[in-house]
Each structure stands twice: as structure tokens, then as C-alpha cells.
Design a protein. Structure first.
Length: 222
């Protein structure tokens, strides 16, 4: 993967999606269950992030997109990755990781990794669907597993992998007005890449995580 020689948070915003917000009546557990059970036609948003990967074959991985059912409304659980990791160090991500043969399915990968990274007991997880595969600049092809989390549950971060666990209101993330486009030029005149960012307080959500959230956004708009 091409080494980033900049801080993405310092890049200027070139545009905002401005597609409006998902209607509030759609952001509840019952509506999400019905929508994933009978998906309408919708268009996947592709990313050029995979062009940064210096690989011939992408390695399979899965992430859990954990939507938490809270009395005040749905929220999305995310992690801040430890700064020393080789892939996506210091970035905001979903719980997840690479597929292992013993997992058998992408769902099992996501559940196992969530248990290992944040101590999430799978008995609290209700799987409701998947999003299209997403290819990353680090050479992974990721299957996003969408789920509802039923509190109360206890979490414990693996300090080697996770620096922080936090939640963001789903309504904030499912509002196109909060989807910023930023751009950078690759070294040696190799072109320009545009990426999405969704800053929330001190959390800078961007890259693959923002790309997968964009597809969740499009799916819920359909």
C-alpha cells in the first residue's frame, strides 16, 4: 500500500454529500429488520481505495457493524485502533479482522473478532444482514456484517488492538450533510484520490469505515 505522507484530518473539505438525512422513522430496530429482510433495489457506491493496494489477491476479512439499541435512539459502536498496529493504525474502525479457516463463514469471523477485540458476547448480537464487499488499500476484501446489539452488555478492549470503544448516534452518521469529501495527491504524480470523512467530536471517521458507512446510508435510503 502507498504510504500516506499526510494527516487526513488536515486536508481541506472539497465538498459535502448534501443528500439529506435518513428519515427518523427508519432509524429503529423493527424497520431495519424489515428492510434487510426484503431489500429494495439500490446502487453500491464504489471506492478507489483498492488502487492503493500493492497486491494481486485480496485477503478475506469481516467486520461487525454493531447498531446498539438505546432508549434515546440507535447508535453505532466503533473502535479506535491502537497506534502501533500494522494496518489502519490509529484509525476508527468496526470490530473485525481477517478470516481464519476455522471460522467457516464471514459472520463467524466478525463475531469471533468482536469477542477478541472488545469482549462482546455474541449472545447480545442479532445479525440482520450484510453489505457488499469492500476492498481496502491494505489488501483486504471485507464483508461487513450488519447487526443489532441488545444491552445490557459489558465490553473490555484488548489493549494491544483497541485504544478506545465509543458510540456515535446512527442519525448523525446517516445524514449526508455530515459526509465530507476530501482529496489528496499520490506521490510521483500517480493521481488524486477522493475519500469520505465523518468527523464526530474528536473522532475522525474516514477511509474504509466511512466507505462502508456510505453503503449503509445508500441501502437505508432505498
Amino acid at each position: 500500500m502507498a504510504k500516506l505522507l499526510f494527516n487526513p484530518e488536515q486536508l481541506p473539505v472539497v465538498s459535502v454529500a448534501e443528500e439529506g438525512a435518513i428519515p427518523a422513522e427508519r432509524l429503529n430496530a423493527d424497520w431495519l429488520r424489515r428492510h434487510f429482510a426484503e431489500l429494495p433495489p439500490w446502487s453500491v457506491e464504489t471506492s478507489d481505495e483498492q488502487l492503493l493496494a500493492a497486491v494481486e489477491t485480496f485477503r478475506p476479512a469481516s467486520v461487525l457493524i454493531p447498531i446498539v439499541i438505546r432508549p434515546e435512539g440507535l447508535s453505532l459502536l466503533l473502535t479506535h485502533r491502537a497506534a502501533h498496529l500494522n494496518d489502519h493504525a490509529g484509525q476508527i474502525s468496526f470490530p473485525g479482522g481477517r478470516f481464519e479457516v476455522a471460522d467457516i463463514t464471514p459472520v463467524e469471523t466478525a463475531l469471533r473478532e468482536a469477542e477478541e477485540e472488545i469482549g462482546l458476547d455474541r449472545k447480545h448480537v442479532e445479525i440482520i444482514g450484510t453489505l457488499p464487499e469492500y476492498k481496502t488499500g491494505t489488501g483486504y476484501v471485507v464483508t461487513p456484517i450488519v447487526s443489532l446489539l441488545h444491552p445490557p452488555f459489558e465490553l473490555k478492549a484488548d489493549p494491544f488492538e483497541v485504544a478506545e470503544i465509543f458510540e456515535v448516534p446512527l442519525a448523525f452518521l446517516m445524514n449526508g450533510d455530515n459526509h465530507q469529501r476530501r482529496a489528496f495527491h499520490l506521490p510521483d504524480g500517480a493521481g488524486k484520490r477522493v475519500f469520505y470523512s465523518m468527523p464526530y467530536h474528536h473522532h475522525f471517521i474516514w477511509g474504509a469505515t466511512a466507505g462502508m458507512l456510505r453503503n449503509l446510508f445508500h441501502l437505508l435510503r432505498a
